[in-house]
Design a binder for this molecule. Structure first.
Ligand SMILES: [Zn+2]
Length: 353
């Protein structure tokens, strides 16, 4: 009995590996720019090359969305500078692996990168705080390659109010401001997509009233599976899908509701989120947006490993184990292909001009 279970597991892992190598794989949320910037400021170089490239390749990653994220402590004095410096640092770091990875800004560039077997990096702002209240700066960030943005991180700003942080449990009230609604109109006119992952519930409702284009939740899970305010209610999942958006599965322990270190428990919980999201949104509206943060946390703390590990997947390679778990629980291969990257690829092709 045990032997047959083991061989079944190996079979699904092999099937997952094949899917990851033959079909697009996307991670819709990774704090890469912030980590690269922090490490370069500490003197390190070739960060993507030495720390991430082999995991990206083994996982068959074709699209990585790098957020531009500024810590609250840096916002007031140097928020704009930090955001710009993160973009500069990431681009400089990627120059050392330009034959393997490139920043893309259009559907055409995305397709060219994939044809050449390169990994496409897409830039997205995690909160518009660095632009203060000046919407002209949206165009500046667009010209620097930023193609997506959340109005807020888990904090209030000039555009709206974020939900609570992953490890806090609190409903935070407050809808979008007039400036927040105008920001959505300007982003849509520019061809930038909106990301609602850190927005609170009232803000989400306002987005439904004023957004015309499809929008995503790059790294959020299902509230029904884990009652964390970072997660989406069933009606929100359905509304986002009806608008043509995609939800990225978050692999953070607090947001998924699992314990780091308990691999099989974590995989089970992540599968439950995917299955619930699929049951509400349909198979074409769910993807991966792992939000792996241990690397960034270690870089910020100046330590070798994160002082407070929260990632349920050690690296992108481990995504294949999650994919194998979905297959072993009976998900159709066609649906799994969309979830590992096909659905986000379609979304980005549609919104990137
Ligand atoms: Zn986040």
């Amino acid at each position: 009995m045990r032997d047959s279970l083991l061989s079944e597991r190996m079979e699904h892992l092999e099937q997952a590996r094949e899917l990851h190598q033959k079909h697009p794989v996307a991670d819709a949320h990774f704090d890469l720019a912030a980590e690269v910037y922090a490490r370069r400021m500490a003197g390190e170089r070739n960060i993507v090359k030495d720390r991430y490239l082999r995991h990206f390749r083994k996982a068959g990653c074709s699209i990585i969305v790098s957020s531009v994220f500024v810590y609250t402590k840096d916002l007031k004095e140097r928020g704009l500078q930090t955001a710009l410096a993160q973009i500069g640092a990431l681009r400089e770091d990627l120059d050392t692996v330009s034959d393997e990875i490139c920043v893309i800004g259009s559907g055409k560039e995305l397709d060219t990168a994939l044809e050449k077997g390169k990994i496409a990096v897409l830039l997205s702002m995690e909160g518009l705080d660095p632009i203060g209240t000046d919407l002209h700066l949206l165009r500046v960030f667009y010209d620097l390659g930023v193609r997506g943005a959340g109005l807020t991180w888990s904090r209030p700003n000039a555009f709206g109010t974020g939900c609570c942080r992953a490890d806090e449990m609190e409903e935070i009230p407050g809808g979008l401001t007039d400036l927040g609604k105008e920001a959505i109109r300007r982003m849509e006119a520019l061809g930038m997509y909106l990301d609602v992952s850190h927005l609170n519930n009232e803000g989400f409702a306002d987005v439904l009233k004023c957004a015309k284009a499809p929008f995503i939740a790059s790294h959020s899970n299902a509230w029904e599976i884990c009652r964390n305010y970072r997660n989406l209610r069933d009606d929100q999942i359905q509304a986002l899908a009806e608008r043509g958006g995609v939800i990225g599965l978050n692999a953070n322990c607090c947001i998924a509701g699992a314990v780091p270190g308990d691999k099989s428990g974590a995989l089970l919980r992540l599968c439950e989120h995917v299955e619930h999201l699929v049951s509400m949104a349909g198979v074409c509206h769910v993807g991966y947006g792992f939000d792996l943060c241990d690397g960034l946390d270690a870089a910020m703390a100046g330590t070798k490993v994160s002082p407070d590990p929260g990632d349920l997947l050690k690296n992108h390679e481990e995504a294949m184990e999650l994919t194998a778990a979905l297959l072993s629980r009976g998900m159709e291969e066609e649906a799994v292909m969309g979830i590992i990257g096909g659905n986000f690829l379609e979304f980005f092709r549609r919104v990137l001009r």
